[in-house]
Design a protein. Structure first.
Length: 272
């Protein structure tokens, strides 16, 4: 099953696609010691928000721009935990930046569905201004997750560099495909995480994406802020006025995907 919006592929129910969406939803929930309130930007087929909704004891807000997408997500209930019907989930039909701009709510976790940065208008969700709004909406100790994937080197560097300009303590996970930003240096309490796994529902959700043990969680770590900063180097940022990835014709052509094989860090520096 595939979802298209305005002729563009948005989501499908293939195994790899669903797994990636679930990682996007569950990794920050695993890392935060007590993610009582979560915000998901974009609903799509609902796999990201559905994964977050499986985490026991969390209230989830989902902001989706298109009411037609909310209706279509009903067709993907077999992969999204029937997320639009979950009592702990509140779906808002609104522009995500508008919500971040005016909300007084503060969230322990903010994550976003996969939104391709080359699609028209997507630059508004990759700019420094957007990431600043995300940071402002975090509660103390909150975590923001940003999917970056394995894309062309210049695109990867632009996204990571921009995110790190707002979140200087960014860490990279799952072969550098996911970024976790925090206002303060990330600290992982393995004892707290082990207690989370005592809840059967939470443990099952995390096990679905191979995060169901302390060893698995730590093994998903790629690098810390120092390694990331050295890897991407200095350069331009994405801004509202200069969404260079959305206007990708200005970027180098026929560029190879980023090689992250040299990006490594020691997760032990984050343990407490």
């Amino acid at each position: 099953m595939v979802m298209y919006l305005d002729g563009l592929h948005q989501a499908n129910d293939s195994h790899d696609m669903v797994r990636t969406h679930r990682e996007i939803g569950l990794l920050p929930m695993a890392l935060h010691p007590n993610p009582a309130r979560a915000l998901v930007i974009g609903l799509g087929a609902g796999a990201t928000a559905g994964a977050v909704s499986r985490y026991e004891g969390s209230a989830v807000t989902v902001v989706e721009l298109s009411p037609s997408v909310v209706r279509a997500a009903e067709q993907f209930k077999h992969i999204n935990n029937h997320v639009t019907r979950q009592p702990a989930v509140h779906v808002l039909v609104n522009d995500a930046r508008n919500h971040l701009l005016v909300t007084r709510d503060r969230y322990d976790v903010i994550t976003a569905d996969i939104i391709q940065p080359i699609h028209a208008g997507a630059g508004n969700l990759y700019s420094r201004e957007y990431f600043a709004l995300v940071r402002r909406a975090l509660a103390p100790g909150g975590l923001a997750l940003q999917w970056v994937g394995h894309r062309e080197a210049t695109q990867y560097q632009l996204i990571v560099r921009t995110f790190m300009d707002v979140f200087p303590h960014t860490t990279a996970w799952i072969n550098g495909s996911l970024l976790v930003g925090s206002p303060e240096p990330l600290q992982i309490d393995t004892a707290v995480f082990a207690r989370k796994l005592e809840n059967p529902r939470t443990r099952a959700a995390l096990a679905d994406v191979d995060l169901g043990s302390v060893e698995a969680l730590l093994g998903a770590y790629t690098a810390g802020p120092d390694e990331l900063r050295a890897f991407i180097g200095p350069g331009e940022l994405l801004t509202d006025d200069h969404p260079r990835i959305e206007f990708f014709g200005s970027l180098p052509s026929a560029e190879k995907s980023i090689d992250v094989s040299t990006l490594h860090g020691d997760v032990r520096r984050h343990l407490r």
